[in-house]
Write a protein that binds this ligand. Structure first.
Ligand code: UDP
Ligand code: MG
Length: 306
């Protein structure tokens, strides 16, 4: 059975549409399925719509958060509720085309365990947005060691991969990157991001920036290393300036007393920055330990009695 997890926040107009479209497409392909709606503390009639959808279609189930916890939490809650042998996660505004679900399911039948939906195009965006998104994904890609520039939250995961994700002890999660981090036999499927038909995007520029910063901090310690790099640059500059200052001193061009001051500021400044970098490095390691991620994940075993 395929579980389709749909996080929903203020999507009253989309619930019925999403349930019907997914039902039509999956039934036509004779794929047995359940639809798991997660109402992420919506302020409109989303929950009533989910209840109605569940009455009409026995394959629909729903959970309701006590307040808005955000899409990441909603996706994980959906995965925890899902009973399927494989679980797909998609947006309930149908910007992720449900037709692609079938393609993903077929790949799962062929033995793939993580099937990633990859955006063929990033849709309409301003140049600045594209640049910031590019920088963001570069940092995340480095941390996950997989190209994430066209990644999305549209994925289909085998039960094993779902259980691996759910077993992650960390509280702050970035689904898109974590589901690549866990590994497993991976395939990807390209899709075109659709236009939203009802309602509006929940993302403002401000919330996108917050989202980016949060996820960089969650997923990589690269930001901590900035100080170390800056310290190294200042140190090199300090050496150059120190030589110049000393030359002026010995040729008798220096103002009385200034040589010592310049040298002290340069040396102490760069030492402070480098030590901050070292402390940052340790904090980075402590952070990784605190997250308590498993050291490894086993995908399969072979041999007698295994
Ligand atoms: N969503 C959610 N909780 C939130 C914000 C969004 O569950 O706090 C859901 C939303 O209902 C939708 C999906 O996440 O199914 C993507 O949201 P949206 O369409 O606003 O994002 P965009 O497509 O613009 O990136
Ligand atoms: Mg959307």
């Amino acid at each position: 059975m395929l579980s389709v997890v749909l996080p929903a926040y203020n999507e009253e107009k989309m619930i019925q549409k999403a349930a019907d479209t997914i039902d039509r497409i999956l039934s036509a392909e004779q794929i047995s399925y359940e639809i798991v709606f997660v109402n992420d503390g919506s302020k409109d009639a989303t929950w009533e719509e989910i209840e109605k959808a569940a009455e009409r279609n026995p394959n629909v189930v729903g959970v309701r958060f006590s307040r808005n916890f955000g899409k990441e939490a909603a996706m994980f809650a959906g995965l925890a509720e899902a009973r399927g042998d494989c679980c797909a996660v998609m947006d309930c505004d149908l910007q992720h085309p449900p037709e692609t679900l079938v393609e993903m399911y077929r790949l799962w039948e062929q033995g793939y365990e993580v099937i990633e939906g990859v955006k063929r195009s990033r849709g309409k965006e301003s140049a600045l947005h594209r640049m910031c998104a590019g920088l963001f994904y570069k940092m995340i890609s480095k941390a996950v060691k997989i190209d994430m520039s066209r990644a999305s939250d549209f994925k289909l995961l085998d039960r094993r991969a779902v259980d691996a994700l759910l077993s992650m002890p960390e509280r702050n999660v970035f689904f898109r990157a974590l589901s690549s981090w866990i590994g497993f036999k991976t395939a990807s499927v390209e899709f075109d991001v659709q236009e939203r038909t009802e309602g509006e995007s929940k993302w403002s520029t401000r919330s996108l920036i917050q989202y980016a910063i949060k996820n960089i901090v969650i997923f990589s310690t690269a930001a901590l290393q900035f100080v170390t790099c800056a310290g190294a640059v200042v140190f090199v500059a300090a050496i150059v300036l120190a030589i110049q200052t000393l030359v002026r001193y010995f040729t008798g061009h220096a103002v009385e007393g200034f040589t010592t001051v310049i040298l002290l500021i340069l040396i102490i400044g760069s030492l402070i920055m480098i030590s901050l970098g070292i402390i940052g490095y340790y904090i980075g390691k402590i952070y990784e330990e605190v997250k308590g991620r498993p050291r490894y994940l086993i995908a399969k075993r072979v041999g007698k009695g295994r």
